[in-house]
Design a protein around this ligand. Sequence first.
Ligand SMILES: Cc1cc2nc3c(=O)[nH]c(=O)nc-3n(C[C@H](O)[C@H](O)[C@H](O)COP(=O)(O)OP(=O)(O)OC[C@H]3O[C@@H](n4cnc5c(N)ncnc54)[C@H](O)[C@@H]3O)c2cc1C
Length: 417
Amino acid sequence: MNDLKADIVIVGGGMAGFAAALAAAGEGKSVIMAERQQMLGGNATQSNVGTICGAYYRSVPGPAVFAGHSFGYNLINELASVGICGEPIMHHNGLYVLHYQWSQFHSFLEEKLVRAGVVVLKNTEVLEVGRNGSKIEHIITTTNDTKTKITGLAFVDCSGNAILSRLAKIDVISTGNYQAASQVFRVTGIEGDNEFTVNMSLKRLISKLIAEKNFPESYRSISVVPGSLENGAVDIKFTLPDIISDDAALQQMLTEKSKNYVQVLFETIKNNTSIFRNAVIENIFPMPGIRTQQRSKGKYILTGSDVLECRKFDNYVALGTWPIEEWFNDGGLSLEYFGEDSCYQIPAECLTSGVIDNLFFAGKNISADDKAIASARVIGTCLQTGYAAGKMATCPAPDAMPEIIRQLQQDLAVHHV
Ligand SMILES: Cc1cc2nc3c(=O)[nH]c(=O)nc-3n(C[C@H](O)[C@H](O)[C@H](O)COP(=O)(O)OP(=O)(O)OC[C@H]3O[C@@H](n4cnc5c(N)ncnc54)[C@H](O)[C@@H]3O)c2cc1C
């Protein structure tokens, strides 16, 4: 078995893990990141969800006002400067989204981590946790059948599925009431240059086929990913009919099933709409997008009421601006809004374990109920909880934590337009 050591160990290389790793490295700590896939970015790249939501306050009619740490603000500006993101676009009801270019995003993330000195272990899955009382001492990972023991002072679980708590055999939030998953695929060679028209022609066709009982109800949600239509290519997203459970084997099967769904759906679209008659599939993004799964249980569980009432907390370390967005297997979508220009706060207690002193959580794995995570799972908020958890993980002793939280709050108070 190989042996590695770092101050901070990050599990999961999605957007939360990325932010956590850079935050910890920025404090001068040695950082190792373990990611089980071959590509960094998690849902953002493996599933190509296509837009960054939750980075701005909801505001009608605008302008877009950024919400979050300077880290996220600088990141978005950097993404814009290298052409990965454009300007924020008003999606609907005052909600701003940023479309990003998938093809360059994952390499951008990796280069940035490596430049910051983070040791990135891809294709590396966490299998075991070595726990000693109220501390995690190490994790055991596997990379192409080679096992590695990674010892750390603190661990940040950004797996999106509470892997460290599960392996450490402590309680997790597991409601079984998970949102429907979606698959994104990219087609090229289409004959329309207006995103609205392309979107409507897809929706009209699929509604007709569902009415004729040729397609599952869930496909009703089919849509063009906002901002993705460019040079005759477009990203298309649709909701999968399968129920999402905690069963890892079923999730694995979903990846294969999803590819078949895309083939059948695409052939139908191609044969029934003039816009798509010469189109071809350019890419079926590698992973179906699983929105919610098991989550870590922290010292506090953020609730849907906290979100809708824009609740404030003394120990807040992140801000949530996105509505509660829930997707259902019948293709339905529910959006529950709070006021414009408002936010709720996410306290440090949602990012810290009540059982294991050196375990932190971030991203869609924070301590939140089903409703609250339906808001806090968007990328803009994942970047914030990731950044906050990464900083908190560097805390040398409990009495130093208030100062770290104070610094995070000071940063959140900066007004970026
Ligand atoms: C269909 C869909 C559409 C969405 N649309 C949008 C949108 O338009 N805008 C938006 O802002 N958000 C959207 N979201 C939400 C957002 O994309 C995700 O919630 C967010 O990217 C989650 O980031 P994360 O880092 O917390 O988790 P993830 O992206 O899930 O990253 C977790 C990482 O951990 C790794 N991992 C898991 N287990 C292990 C293990 N045992 N060992 C090692 N690594 C492990 C995974 O491979 C993964 O890379 C959407 C989500 C879905 C599913």
